[in-house]
Design a protein around this ligand. Structure first.
Ligand code: ATR
Length: 279
């Protein structure tokens, strides 16, 4: 019989496609910091198969899950309890299986972005003019955490303007937030521009005007890859002083998940550096 006491605790990320996920590597590096014994795998799940995959993983002794595209809404619906930040995001990226058999759903994406901006990149959000590109699920999850840092103004620009306006209305009680189309950005300048559209996935950049960046502005893409995204290349050509991809956000949201599961928050800078080196 397996020795339960010394067995590794089971975690996984579920998504599709998920084979190239960096989460197993990240959580393994975190676990080394605390000498925790965990096993963290990437599980490819068929469309429509999330509920069953979750039940199977729990039945096999799983303690927690990360959930990525396209199952964050399924995870939201399946959770028995939700954190406030998951309720605001309308999506779940972190699941903890509770001892009483219930499923706790949380969302650490927004905290991950804000941590990366403020701690790793040392960019203050307070009193800054922030532009967020996109109005999909990825953007919804970061609005409240950004607004809680009191930017002077947060503008959502989206291809489908009505979606941006709906989000701006919904989050208006958190701070000053407006929405517009890309063409209405002409003549406006921002200190922090965050790309939360899916345009980079298609090798595209939203149609942005020249002179979008204020002095010392940061351009941030929530996506990351082996090379700069099209938005990052565009920002470099159009005067952004600093440019960052979403790798730091990925590691920071993972650290928040680790905290949800293990009660301790790992150190992240060395993990980001290891991933940048391809480690
Ligand atoms: P996610 O959960 O990743 O946010 P999503 O909910 O499908 O995915 O949202 C994708 C976002 O990227 C939307 O804001 C979308 O704009 P629309 O709301 O107009 O569809 C935006 N997007 C996708 N491709 C884009 C492109 N080529 N240019 C500009 N915006 C794009």
């Amino acid at each position: 019989m397996a020795d339960i006491e010394s067995a590794s605790l089971q975690f996984a990320v579920m998504g599709s496609p998920v084979a190239h996920s960096k989460s197993p590597r990240i959580h393994t590096l975190f676990a080394h910091q605390f000498k925790h014994r965990i096993e963290y795998t990437a599980i490819e799940v068929d469309p429509g198969g999330f509920a069953q995959a979750l039940a199977q993983f729990r039945a096999a002794g799983g303690r927690g899950l990360n959930v990525t595209v396209p199952f964050k809404l399924d995870a939201f619906r399946l959770a028995d309890h939700l954190s406030d930040r998951a309720k605001l995001a309308g999506a779940v990226n972190t699941i903890r299986f509770e001892p009483d058999g219930t499923v706790f759903g949380d969302n650490t994406d927004g905290a991950g972005l804000v941590h990366d901006l403020t701690k790793n990149l040392e960019v203050a959000i307070k009193d800054k003019k922030v532009l967020v590109l996109g109005a999909g699920g990825a953007v919804r999850g970061v609005l409240a955490p950004l607004l809680k840092h009191h930017p002077a103004l947060l503008v959502i620009a989206n291809r489908t303007v009505s979606k941006g306006k709906e989000l701006a209305e919904e989050f208006a009680h958190f701070g000053r937030i407006e929405a517009c189309g890309f063409n209405e950005l002409k003549g406006k300048r921002f200190d922090i521009v965050i790309n939360g559209t899916a345009a980079s996935l298609k090798g595209e950049v939203p149609p942005l005007p020249e002179n979008l960046f204020a002095n010392h502005a940061l351009a941030y893409d929530m996506m990351y890859g082996d090379k700069a995204t099209p938005f990052m290349d565009w920002a470099a050509l159009h005067g952004a002083e600093r440019i960052a991809d979403g790798l730091g956000m990925l590691v920071e949201q993972a650290a928040e998940s680790y905290l949800v599961w293990h009660g301790v928050r790992p150190e992240t800078k060395s993990v980001i550096a290891a991933l940048r080196k391809g480690g």
